[in-house]
Design a protein around this ligand. Structure first.
Ligand code: 5RP
Length: 262
């Protein structure tokens, strides 16, 4: 792996802990103004100081993020669908490598839909993106997206993560599931988990804890942070688990204290 790629990866996965807290706010690329992200600039301003990296689209990046802010950008470069369609897998690459370089992306993020109607296109798009990333030393984060019909069990996610790594992704983002050790064990590159739909804060902390305990290098969490009533306290509690080795119970105690409820 060349110096530039290693340097960019080190900006995302912190070398001192080998872990990462990525904040995902790219939901609008197919969901439009997602709850909690109606004004993305205001939503993320109090959170940026606690995120190791920010995953978003170039539109939100250019319009609401201060370019003077030193935060590694994981740029969403796939899309072309909306929630109005039944089939979300019909994605293409939506950003040129030149534009990704222009915004100083630290990584490029693309979804793959293994088993979906457009499996082949999304996987070959990943391979093409990895070629472009290799050319310029920019890592690729593959998101193992699950369509409505696809399950999230270890057997499926293990397959999807491994294929993404085999095609060249340097990081894989997936969902936590029972037997997650098997998913991590079958994937030769670091895995981060998505948070998924908003759940109780206590449960989201448990999710982060069991995921890193099973071998994930961290989280790429969105809704369970920015849709919380206490987003800044929530991301700090997640950091305690991911970077400081706290249990979910300890992080929950910190969270309750920070929100004035204990
Ligand atoms: C969608 C994505 C989103 O960034 C991701 O799922 C958001 O994280 P969360 O599920 O925690 O809101 O990659 O494909």
């Amino acid at each position: 792996m060349d110096w530039g790629m290693r340097n960019r990866l080190a900006g995302i996965i912190k070398p001192d802990t080998g872990r990462c807290v990525m904040l995902a706010i790219d939901h609008g690329y197919f969901q439009g103004p997602t709850t909690g992200l109606e004004r993305p600039g205001e939503a993320v301003a109090p959170l940026l100081g606690y995120a190791d990296a920010l995953m978003l689209t170039r539109g939100v990046l250019r319009n609401v993020i201060d370019p003077g802010r030193r935060i590694p950008i994981v740029l969403r470069v796939s899309g072309g669908t909306s929630i109005l369609r039944d089939d979300l897998s019909d994605e293409d690459i939506t950003v040129s490598i030149e534009d990704a370089i222009r915004v100083n992306a630290s990584a490029l993020a693309l979804s793959v839909f293994v088993g979906g109607p457009h499996e082949k296109e999304t996987l070959t798009n990943l391979a093409k993106l990895c070629d472009e990333g290799q050319r310029y030393g920019i890592p690729v984060l593959a998101v193992t997206a699950v369509g409505k019909e696809m399950s999230r069990d270890a057997r499926y996610l293990r397959l999807a993560c491994r294929i993404a790594a085999e095609l060249g992704a340097q990081i894989v983002k997936t969902y936590y599931c029972e037997g997650f050790e098997k998913v991590v064990g079958g994937c030769p590159v670091p895995i981060v988990i998505a948070g998924g739909k908003k759940i109780e804060e206590r449960d989201a902390l448990k999710l982060a804890y069991v995921a890193v305990s099973a071998g994930a290098v961290g989280v790429d969490m969105g809704r369970n942070i920015f849709q919380s009533k206490w987003p800044a306290q929530m991301i700090q509690a997640v950091r305690s688990i991911v970077h400081d080795g706290k249990t979910d119970a300890q992080a929950w105690e910190e969270f309750q204290h920070a929100t004035g409820r204990s």
